[in-house]
Design a binder for this molecule. Sequence first.
Ligand code: AQP
Length: 340
Amino acid sequence: MIFSKPVLFSAIQPSGNLTLGNYIGTMRHWSKMQDDYECLYCIADLHALTVQENKINLKKSILDTLSFYLACGVDPNKSIIFIQSHVCQHSQLNWILNCFSQFSELLRMTQFKIKRKIEKNCAKRTSAALFNYPILMAADILLYQTNFVPVGRDQKQHVELTRNIANRFNSLYGNIFTLPEPLITQYGSKIMSLLEPHKKMSKSDVNKNNVIFLLDDIPNIVLKIRHAFTDSEMPSKIYYDIEKKPGISNLLEILSSITNKDINVLLKELEGIMYSEFKNIVADSLSKFLFKLQKSYNNYRCDESYLKKIAYEGAIKCQLKSEKTLKNIHDKLGLITFFK
Ligand code: AQP
């Protein structure tokens, strides 16, 4: 046991400005999880290198992301916040797990197929890192004997792969790794693009009107919601049906997630209103919500020395915890270690 409570691990790659999808899919759950679990909140900067061609300002993006972690209620006295590249054990375990992973199972990863297709369409080359990304994610999770991983639905397959790799390793070397469970909510685990509600809302979307960024200014948020794709059903009626009404269902999931109201409760409140009025309600709730979040974010973001102190302290704690797992693995594999 390297922690006294069940361990929860969650990460976001600082590959651009965080989106409402990132927030609803994962971050909104983090604060309340801190009392029941040992929480590790990681800024996955090494993962962000897989899309380095986009030339994001990584240093800035890392500190922006850290500020959002604090703004959404992560308390560094209760949880560990750290930057992945500060804990070299992640890269070390990554290589070892590469040796226990199969080319064919990586080829099946839907996220890889989607991202590769996008890169091909933009005439970009696909890096080997993009292909191997899920193995680094497995290393992130398994290093801490994680029990639970809150993720959006798009990442479920990667957690399943993590379990398969862990199982394979355990069957050869004994019970080394804890098998992690994904935590995925029924609603809000896949927030869709505003104009193309059949595809996931993503930081890297070239059409910025598809995405609500957590740092969007309020008039822009209102405009984006007003222009969100709905449907032409006559007479217009608001109900949840992901197949027939993906646009309306997406807006309902957004509203439900930020107001903490059950979708059925919302549907009763929204009975008989027009789409335009519904969009105004969503835009208004979202603006108020993001205004508060941005205020808190700005307070943290302006104090870089505080942010760096948190990242430093988090890294020290993680190095100590992860070293135990890594040393055990080295022993089992027959690698010689000269450290205690
Ligand atoms: N649209 C979404 N709805 C719900 N959850 C989402 N997540 C991402 N988008 C949505 C969840 O956020 C966590 C961190 O994701 P990530 O940034 O590390 O990777 P990603 O899934 O590749 O996110 P993006 O926004 O799509 O980034 P880019 O465009 O750079 O690839 C994960 O738990 C994810 O499920």
